[in-house]
Design a protein around this ligand. Structure first.
Ligand SMILES: Cc1cc2nc3c(=O)[nH]c(=O)nc-3n(C[C@H](O)[C@H](O)[C@H](O)COP(=O)(O)OP(=O)(O)OC[C@H]3O[C@@H](n4cnc5c(N)ncnc54)[C@H](O)[C@@H]3O)c2cc1C
Length: 292
């Protein structure tokens, strides 16, 4: 299908984009990689009257380490993360960057666009929660930094308000003795997840876990933080029983619906399995056991 008629405006700077958003209000939508928005428009699930194309703002394409974080600008493409040497240190991000969609989609799609789209089956929201990310949002009242938990409000809904745009996402640089992992179950390469899970663990000097992030996706109305699993992990030493308990917490929290990717029971079980596997891989990366 063709999209409904719309006006198209090219923004050459962030200020120009914000002026266009202010002018057109709720009629306007930002166009980044277009990999979610254009299909939604073609299916008439989205009917913006005005598209504000931010692609000419090349200064938003940055991907850099700055002030204790990996900072990903609004126009950094998924493909840039996939090939970045800096990203290799952020294991959960590196894992995610190679399983989002397919290589062609990753040439255009952006991490920030994916977070702004907030698809319940999206990969980046899960990783951003587990990694403890935050998003810089700019609007008529200036800048604000929003924690990822506050940013991802609900299915296809974020904290970006009318007249605002997301400028960058910041992933905290993992301290020494941190490892993460991301697992996605997909029917075939390029498909959205049947279920997915991201984890991050930091070990204290005595070998116990002093910080943890655990999230699951595609198994509920939005990507979810598994707070119960994080609670179990903090203060504990890595063990098979611990992995099992965290996996059970994830399975309990998962609330999927059946579709052509599987039954609700299957997806719920997979949420647990994937958290267990991701933890196992993270521990292996830390040299404290792993998949046996
Ligand atoms: C065939 C195919 C397979 C896919 N498979 C997967 C998959 O397996 N996993 C997955 O996670 N995704 C998948 N996707 C989605 C893809 O990753 C998208 O690129 C991504 O979700 C959106 O990024 P984008 O830059 O294309 O955003 P766009 O499509 O341009 O925008 C998406 C939404 O975010 C808003 N937006 C974008 N940037 C900003 C900003 N800076 N500030 C405020 N709002 C903004 C737009 O207005 C729009 O509402 C797939 C897409 C396709 C076409």
């Amino acid at each position: 299908m063709f999209p409904a008629a719309f006006e198209y405006a090219r923004a050459r700077s962030v200020d120009e984009a914000l002026a266009l958003l202010a002018k057109h209000g709720s009629d306007a939508r930002i166009l980044a990689g277009g990999q979610s928005l254009i299909p939604a428009m073609r299916y008439r699930l989205a009917r913006p009257a005005v598209l504000v194309d931010i692609n000419p703002i090349s200064e938003l394409s940055y991907l850099r380490e700055d002030k204790g974080a990996l900072v990903v600008g609004a126009l950094a493409r998924d493909a840039a993360l996939e090939t970045s040497a800096a990203v290799k240190r952020y294991r959960i991000i590196a894992d995610t960057s190679v399983v989002v969609a397919d290589p062609v989609v990753r040439q255009s799609g952006t991490v920030v666009g994916s977070l702004c789209h907030n698809d319940p089956a999206g990969d980046w929201p899960v990783t951003a929660i587990a990694a403890g990310a935050s998003v810089l949002v700019r609007g008529p009242k200036g800048d604000r930094v929003v924690s990822i938990d506050d940013f991802l409000v609900d299915s296809y809904t974020t904290a970006v308000g009318e007249g605002e745009m997301a400028i960058e996402v910041r992933f905290p640089t993992p301290p020494e003795r941190t490892a993460g992992a991301y697992y996605k179950m997909e029917r075939k390469v390029g498909d959205f997840a049947t279920a997915c899970a991201g984890v991050r663990v930091h070990l204290a000097a005595d070998g116990s876990i002093d910080d943890a992030g655990v999230a699951i996706g595609s198994v509920g109305p939005k990507a979810m933080r598994v707070a119960e699993a994080e609670k179990l992990l903090r203060g504990a030493k890595p063990s098979k029983d611990l992995m099992r308990a965290a996996a059970e917490a994830a399975q309990k929290l998962a609330d999927p619906v059946a579709d052509n990717r599987g039954s609700a029971e299957f997806k719920k079980a997979m949420a647990g399995v994937l958290v267990g596997r991701a933890l196992s891989l993270a521990f292996e990366r830390l040299g404290v056991g792993g998949p046996k």
